[in-house]
Design a protein around this ligand. Structure first.
Ligand code: GDG
Length: 491
């Protein structure tokens, strides 16, 4: 994607400690751009200094956040009152990060309550975990409105607004209510569900209507695109044409497929270097000649971790030749620990890990290593390269970037094997992985065994096909494709 240059010269920063943030109270855009700036809006805004530690969304969007663009969202701080003016920091690359604090009373209900207690389970097909109540939903609307009100004065006439993910489903409607006429796009990082499931959510119609205040709505898979259109047909009375466009309340909406990817070349370089790092050396020494089976996930019930632990147990039970010959490392970085279902999951994993290690350990070998604190990105890249099996078995996942990172990290001369859930968005594209049903522990165990004994030639053939895809559907391509759809909307 071409880099956008800022028209207004960049303010030179003095060397030394970073300046405290300024308030972006100006009614005019901070940096004008003839073709319109890109304004990214996401629930969390990555700190400009935090690139190395950044996770999936931040890394994938780095390419859209070019000089002159604005990234707006929550600071990560809770305050007594929600901010009415954003705090701004401009990075050395010329990207302005504008953030607001959220009032504690709204945060709990908006984030832990409606976004992660209702929308997240529902959109991952887990209606049994859905907890809905009106005050949570009201707080969700209030926070989306606060985002709109604080963002409104920062928007210039031709700016493109690109909203991300399920925390901000109603933001576009709030912006329209404030008179914003700019082109607005929305991308959903997680799955979308068919009408039979979405109807479980009491304000489903209201939310679909609010989302339809966008000009372009993007999804990870063709299944998600279809699910959204089916909902729009049934609940909004939409009549999409062959290009997946429909008209709602006088506005034309286009529904597009723009799967997310990674910066594959950069990740390959990172993994090559990380293979010689101190962390990789420690890992190798701890493994000796044993093969590494690796899982890397946020500790989330959508990732299928209990089922994965069971599958590893089945591998050791069914194929005794792998006892003492493999180690399974599960990195499960804690997340959303204030939500009850996440606390339950953690206790469940502790128990299952104990069961497996109690059953199969020897006095000098422990089969399952399981850690819940985050690991440096650099170390993860090195571990991927060392792993003979990349185990990616979510019960549902929008895409799953770990699958793509694992492939990008492999040594072409001796690549590992990806075992991938058919319910990850990535499975639509990465068909040369060993595709499994994560609910079937024996099938996942069989796939692990198949990967562990797979001849080099087959591993290489699968790797080459997968690497070509990961290098094609990149983060750069994702940003360029989505923004091209948005730019094509008549302003
Ligand atoms: C959502 C959707 C979609 C993980 N543990 C650590 C760590 N990670 C990094 C991984 C990867 C990222 O976090 C996780 O990305 P995923 O795609 O797997 O999952 P979600 O966080 O659920 O993301 C998902 C994504 O949005 C993008 O659209 O693919 O389907 O659910 O980059 O490497 N990074 C570090 N330490 C850890 O311990 N540094």
């Amino acid at each position: 994607m071409p880099k956008v240059a800022a028209v207004t010269p960049k303010r030179k920063k003095p060397p030394g400690p970073r300046q405290p943030p300024e308030t972006c109270a100006s009614p005019r855009p901070l940096v004008a751009h003839p073709a319109g700036r890109v304004i990214i809006v996401s629930n969390r805004v990555p700190a400009p200094s935090d690139k190395a530690a950044a996770g999936g969304l931040a890394v994938a969007l780095a390419d859209a956040a070019t000089a002159g663009s604005l990234w707006f969202g929550w600071s990560g701080k809770r305050a007594e009152e929600t901010s009415t003016v954003a705090q701004c920091i401009t990075s050395d690359e010329g990207v302005t990060y504008a953030t607001i604090d959220i009032a504690e009373r709204d945060y709990q209900k908006f984030y832990n309550g409606f976004a992660n207690g209702a929308l997240w389970p529902l959109l991952h097909y887990r209606t049994g975990l859905l907890r809905f109540n009106r005050p949570d939903y009201d707080a969700y609307r209030i926070v989306n409105r606060a985002f709109a009100e604080t963002l409104r004065p920062l928007i210039g006439p031709d700016d493109l607004i690109w909203i991300h993910d399920y925390q901000l489903f109603t933001l576009a409607a709030e912006l329209r209510a404030l008179g914003v006429q700019n082109r607005i796009g929305f991308f959903l990082h997680i799955p979308f569900v068919p009408p039979s499931l979405l109807q479980v959510l009491p304000p489903a119609i209201e939310m679909l209507g609010a989302l339809s205040a966008c000009d372009v709505i993007g999804f990870q898979t063709q299944g998600d695109v279809q699910a959204f259109l089916d909902n729009a047909i049934l609940m909004l009375g939409a009549a999409p044409n062959a290009e997946n466009c429909f008209v709602y309340e006088g506005r034309k909406i286009r529904v597009v497929l723009t799967p997310i990817g990674i910066d594959a070349k950069k990740f390959t370089l990172l993994a090559e270097r990380a293979a010689h790092s101190a962390d990789a050396k420690r890992m190798s020494e701890s493994l000796g000649n044993r093969a590494l089976v690796l899982g890397v996930d946020r500790l989330d019930y959508s990732k299928g971790l209990p089922q994965r632990f069971d599958a590893f147990g089945r591998l050791l039970y069914t194929y005794p030749q792998h006892r003492r010959a493999v180690n399974f490392l599960q990195i499960a970085a804690r997340s959303r620990q204030e939500v009850g279902s996440y606390q339950t999951l953690r206790r469940e994993l502790d128990r299952r890990a104990g069961d497996i290690n109690g059953e199969f350990s020897d006095f000098d070998w422990v089969p399952l290593r399981y850690m819940t604190h985050p690991v440096k990105r650099n170390a993860i890249a090195g571990f991927y390269r060392r792993a003979k099996i990349g185990l990616v078995t979510p019960l549902r996942d929008g895409m799953n970037l770990v699958a793509k990172e694992y492939i990008a990290a492999q040594d072409p001369a001796d690549p590992g094997v990806l075992v991938l859930s058919r319910f990850a968005g990535a499975a639509d594209e990465l068909t040369e992985a060993l595709i499994v049903n994560p609910f079937d522990a024996d099938a996942v165990a069989n796939a692990m065994h198949q990967g562990l004994v797979m001849p080099l030639a087959e591993r290489q053939a699968r790797y080459e096909a997968l690497a070509a895809k990961v290098n094609h559907t990149t983060a750069q391509r994702f940003c360029a494709e989505f923004l091209a759809y948005l730019r094509a909307v008549a302003s």
